[in-house]
Design a protein around this ligand. Structure first.
Ligand code: TNX
Length: 554
């Protein structure tokens, strides 16, 4: 009797284990893709990748490039040199097919894993690319290793995934003005965006503290403007400096290489050239561009500076148009970001040229002068088939006719712009500023202040209730911003950006009604292991850490 009882227990126990977790063959849980796909069905069984698996790709250069990208991801850890073939194979293959009958938003794809292998179908190559990112995340995390994992079984659960993004703009920003990061790191940053199906890298290239992009016509921008004589130590207001020159810039060749690298990953690089404010490094290089004529110094501390481009001097517009011509040549993106934020009007108030411009153009005040500045630049871009994006200050004094607004001081600017039928990208400070603390500051390295944990990011909805359905259509998507006043190293950038960028990816990609915090936390347990394999220095503390007290930004 006792024996029978134990036998029953064993049978019941093993049955329960099988029911509750059928996908534990290699000790893994279920499907842990981040961002969560719109629709996933899990079936019983696994397809095992082996050295005989073929990659079958439709012909076409972009499809081929996706196939090669996939082979490159699978090769180092498996050791398999998987051939890309164009003729079909019935079984043991990963198929990449262009299929125009798959319908949905930009990036839509279907992914089926069954006994014959993997089939990814999409109407465009970009969808195949996203299917590959999902496939990669269905494989054990060791797939990310750079050395051959002898004896490892590369199992992929049987699934049917139908997936598409919710928003068409899915961005992450990086400020390289306050601190410079080498091209190798920029590529790693872009690789991580690709893993999370993001499609915009907003590259903040010019600042008061450094001009970071080579402009052939104005060599002093980098000779003078890329170097500051020293840097503030500690928090703003400490009045302590390190006494060490700091600099760095990207050559045009490096920029082109990065733009091409991003393109292969279906990521658009949007450069930002700040104007009229945050331009002290340019003024230090060419003092005639400021209202007072200088002399100016590249900033050594943070904050907002009174000296900005002179809006009354036509030479400034000639300079900017020359610079922007070279910028357009390096960046094929439809959008160029022109900054427009935090521009004090003190110098313009006292400058005879600026005052004459206000009078001659019939402008009311310095806010309208800022609008004049931005509109003039917009006209130049539009004439070259490009569009501008500006921070929400470009609303003040009247919006340039076709400008897209990046709403950073909360959602107010974005709401106002959408109501005026302008496109909007949501980047509100309270949810999407990754320079804020994400846990008790007493436990964290120095940061600017503020407090935004991963849960706050996750719960952010880019569609404000104040907008009706038509107005909501002007919200292109959301972006996270990584301002680097206090981030001196790539490791620290990663620490601040991840896992918050994973939550951001999910608000941009996953349908709102499919988002679920507890489920995200569960998937992140596995996803963080993948990030670790990729050598990402993410913050590994609780993603819903509490703020012990209100944090001021410094
Ligand atoms: C405001 S966001 C800025 C940046 C700072 C950031 C610090 C924006 C358009 N301007 O210059 O780095 O705050 O959080």
């Amino acid at each position: 009797m006792k024996k029978l009882f134990y036998l029953m227990l064993i049978i019941l126990g093993s049955g329960m284990a099988f029911c509750s977790s059928p996908y534990t063959k290699s000790g893994r849980g279920e499907v842990n893709i981040v961002p969560k796909p719109a629709d996933v069905t899990i079936n019983d069984g696994f397809f095992i990748l082996n050295q005989g698996t073929a990659i079958v790709a439709d012909s076409g250069t972009e499809v081929n490039s996706v196939a090669n990208y996939m082979a490159d991801i699978l090769r180092p850890s498996t050791g398999y040199v998987l051939d890309v073939k164009h003729e079909d194979a019935e079984s043991n293959r990963i198929k990449l097919r262009i299929d125009k009958s798959v319908k949905g938003n930009e990036g839509v794809y279907n992914l089926v894993v069954d006994k014959n292998g993997v089939t990814i179908s999409a109407p465009e190559p970009v969808g195949l690319f996203y299917g590959v990112q999902s496939l990669r995340q269905l494989l054990p995390v060791e797939i990310e290793r750079k050395s051959v994992q002898e004896g490892k079984e590369w199992d992929i659960p049987f699934v049917i995934i139908n997936d598409e993004p919710s928003f068409r703009y899915r961005g992450l920003h990086l400020d390289v003005g306050r601190h410079f990061f080498p091209p190798s790191f920029i590529k790693k940053y872009i690789d991580l965006l690709a893993l999370h199906k993001m499609n915009v890298f907003h590259w903040h290239l010019t600042e008061d503290q450094g001009w970071r992009i080579e402009i052939k016509k104005y060599p002093k921008l980098t000779e003078v403007g890329s170097v500051r004589k020293e840097t503030l130590v500690g928090h703003y207001g400490s009045d302590k400096y390190d006494g060490k020159p700091y600099g760095g810039f990207y050559t045009q060749d490096e920029v082109r290489d990065i733009v091409a690298y991003a393109k292969e990953r279906f990521i658009t690089v949007i450069p930002e050239i700040e104007m009229p404010g945050h331009s002290l490094a340019a003024l230090a290089s060419y003092p005639e561009l400021g209202c007072t004529g200088g002399p100016y110094e590249v900033a050594t501390t943070w904050g907002v500076f009174p000296d900005v481009y002179c809006a009354g001097n036509d030479q400034v517009f000639t300079f900017l148009e020359d610079v922007l011509t070279e910028v357009m040549d390096m960046f094929p993106s439809e959008y160029i970001h022109i900054g427009g934020d935090e521009c004090p009007k003190i110098r313009w108030k006292e400058c005879p040229k600026c005052q004459a411009r206000i009078k001659n153009e019939g402008l009311k005040n310095e806010h309208e002068l800022q609008s004049y500045f931005i509109r003039r630049i917009e006209k130049f871009f539009n004439a070259h088939g490009r569009q501008i994006i500006g921070w929400d200050e470009i609303l003040e004094g009247g919006l340039a006719p076709k400008a897209t607004v990046m709403s950073w001081r909360g959602e107010k600017g974005g709401i106002a712009a959408a109501k005026q039928h302008h496109d909007v990208i949501m980047t509100p400070g309270f949810a999407l500023y990754f320079d804020h603390y994400q846990a008790d500051p007493a436990t964290q390295p120095l940061a600017i202040g503020g407090f935004t944990n991963t849960k706050t990011v996750y719960n952010y909805n880019p569609l404000p209730k104040a907008l009706n359905e038509k107005e909501a259509g002007y919200i292109l998507g959301a972006q996270g911003n990584v301002w680097t006043e206090y981030m001196k190293t790539p490791e620290y950038v990663e620490y601040m950006a991840y896992p918050r960028a994973c939550a951001l990816a999910e608000i941009d990609w996953t349908p709102g009604d499919k988002k679920n915090w507890d489920d995200f936390v569960k998937r992140m347990d596995v996803h963080k292991k993948r990030l670790k394999e990729l050598n990402v220095n993410y913050f590994d503390g609780p993603m819903d850490a509490q703020n012990p007290k209100k944090q001021k930004k410094k």
